[in-house]
Design a protein around this ligand. Structure first.
Ligand SMILES: C[S@@+](CC[C@H](N)C(=O)[O-])C[C@H]1O[C@@H](n2cnc3c(N)ncnc32)[C@H](O)[C@@H]1O
Length: 206
């Protein structure tokens, strides 16, 4: 059988620092929704590391969902991990919300905000606000600008290349994100500096 697992090198590299931070912020139990899971490498690694949590991966790209399923089978996690959801932040209602049966204790979204439109970023906060209770965190990770400036030359070059490949993409500013997150009721944010000029931002409603 053909191995349908995808391997994203950056995902392999950033897994550990992200996992170490998540450890301090994720609830002990419950379902964590991962948005834009990509290959599924993070999803299976985090599921193995947080066995008391149910890791619900998602991605709108069918090739990525196939890869996530293949990683779940490869890691023999089929008994604990649900199949990935077809979740596009722009399409309402988000799948489980329409069923109204799943409670989500946290949302994790890694490396989406710079490869989606500003409208999609807004949709992410809107959907997250509908999904999460006030004590539940929304965790973002990626490259971000601070106070209108790139935090490194490499991020500036990366930003230019993103905008060239898709005019709607680009490295976003933490301050601009704060504005749109506040509009959806996320009044508190905690910012962590991460390796390789990345940041983690954790949003709470209060
Ligand atoms: C750069 S990859 C990051 C994947 C993974 N989180 C990681 O860090 O390896 C971006 C992912 O976002 C997904 N994506 C793009 N637009 C999206 C949208 N509107 N809603 C949800 N996911 C989206 C893509 O399919 C892709 O898997």
């Amino acid at each position: 059988m053909i191995d349908q697992r995808l391997f994203f090198p950056a995902t392999e590299r950033n897994s550990r620092p992200i996992r170490e931070l998540l450890q301090n912020h994720l609830p002990a139990y419950g379902t964590v929704l991962e948005i834009a899971s990509g290959s599924g490498q993070h999803a299976v690694m985090f599921q193995k590391h947080f066995p008391n949590i149910i890791w619900q991966a998602s991605d709108p790209n069918p090739l990525h969902r196939r890869s996530i399923n293949a990683w779940i089978s490869y890691e023999r996690l089929g008994d604990v991990m649900p199949a990935p959801l077809d979740l596009d932040v722009d399409i309402e209602p988000w799948p489980f919300l329409s069923k109204g049966e799943q409670t989500i204790s946290a949302i994790v979204c890694i490396n989406l905000i710079h490869v989606c439109s500003w409208e999609s970023a807004k949709a992410l906060f809107k959907g997250a606000a509908k999904t999460l209770d006030s004590s539940c965190p929304l965790f973002l990770y990626g490259p971000f600008m601070r106070k209108g400036y790139h935090t490194s030359k490499s991020n500036e070059i990366f930003d230019k290349s993103l905008r060239l490949s898709n005019s709607l993409w680009g490295v976003r500013g933490i301050e601009e994100l704060k504005k749109i997150s506040k509009e959806e009721g996320f009044l508190k944010q905690i910012i962590y500096t991460m390796p390789s000029n990345n940041f983690s931002i954790i949003y709470y409603k209060n």
